[in-house]
Design a protein around this ligand. Sequence first.
Ligand SMILES: Cc1cc2nc3c(=O)[nH]c(=O)nc-3n(C[C@H](O)[C@H](O)[C@H](O)COP(=O)(O)OP(=O)(O)OC[C@H]3O[C@@H](n4cnc5c(N)ncnc54)[C@H](O)[C@@H]3O)c2cc1C
Length: 411
Amino acid sequence: MTNPQHHEIVVIGAGICGATIANELVERGKSVCIVDAAPAPATACSSHAYAIAHPHIGKGSPRLLRLTRIAFLMAETRWGQVWRRHGIFQPTKRGRAFDRLELMQHLSSLSLDQEMALPLDASEAEKICGIKQSGVWLPRGASLNLFETSNALLQIHERLTCRWNTRITRLEESKGVWHLYNETNEPILSANKVVIAAAMESKALMSSIGIRLPLKPVRGQLSIFSIKANDAWLEKLPRVGISGDGYCLPADLLEDGSCRWIVGSSFDEGEDDLAPRNESDEFNRAQAQGLVDYLEGDPRGLIQEGEFVGVRCVAGDRLPIIGALTQRPGIFLATALGSRGVLWSALAAKLIAAQLLSDDFALLARLGFATDLLAALAPARFFAGSLAAPAALGALASNSKPIFPSDPKAR
Ligand SMILES: Cc1cc2nc3c(=O)[nH]c(=O)nc-3n(C[C@H](O)[C@H](O)[C@H](O)COP(=O)(O)OP(=O)(O)OC[C@H]3O[C@@H](n4cnc5c(N)ncnc54)[C@H](O)[C@@H]3O)c2cc1C
């Protein structure tokens, strides 16, 4: 047995989440080791090339809406130069009236100015987006290739060590140092601080240190459709992204007059099967009809040319799990990014780096990171509910002291 290699910081998982966090720490002058079971970065859910990003404007949980605005700004700062900024249109829900004034008030309550979100009636939307439906125009909305981005983030750097083909199966703490074991139960790495960004497999890793996480898989299939040059669909294809019941990218016109159009996604709760399914393409054809309001369109005009299938990792309350695990000092979690990998990985990089390096809290506060938002993301929210907020507060004040009493009976 060889001696385990010691690093101050180890990140487990080299998808977009782990790659962004590792890159942030390296940029801040830290030496980092990133370890992944696969032979290269972004081979799992982050092999996705067409992930959209925009601030959310629905009437859902106010905390989620505030968080997506902050995360969108972080993602834009990080990837604004490399992502494809095509704008995203969010149509008014079917059967709901368009009320410009009400919408403007709602958007302003979310601190979204007109440069970020603008209500449009159907004729304005037709002019600006090529879609004859009322809704909200998000001109800064964009899409990012998660595969290319993850690979770019992990380029060779003197402070970055990459360990591929290395699956971590369990963690164990001894005298303040974390030991990471491989499949043959050898301790192959040790670290003072470990960031777990292993999507669904974070659950097994956490359970090896006695922590239960409520994570579940949600399979999704995105369809790549080809539309022939003379097809009636061509008139209906959008020149911007659309996000509503499903989402699509702007259609790309090819040299021969045909179009390529990315539409998604199925949402198969509790499933983790990566094989492509015809029924998922059928589902996406129906979503495509709804997104561009072309219900009478012949679905056969959308010819299946390819697909992306991935398994999202989702927490019980649909928010990501990001933050220091105060019950296990030295462990940081960044998982359950669900369908918002672009936004949450940008946010996770800032938040985990601030907690792990115990700095930059002023920056986080300036970005609008109120303590209730930190509590909403903190792993501690799943344990002894009411203690979640103090735990997150504590993590802000200091990440070196455990906030929770270690004996569960004491809570
Ligand atoms: C159909 C579909 C559409 C989507 N659309 C969008 C979208 O439009 N916008 C958006 O923002 N997001 C979207 N997403 C979500 C996005 O793809 C994910 O949120 C994101 O890729 C998750 O990144 P991750 O790094 O957390 O996980 P992953 O990319 O799954 O990375 C986890 C990594 O951990 C490694 N690993 C796991 N276990 C171990 C272990 N024990 N030891 C070592 N390594 C391990 C794996 O090999 C893997 O590389 C979509 C997802 C799907 C499926």
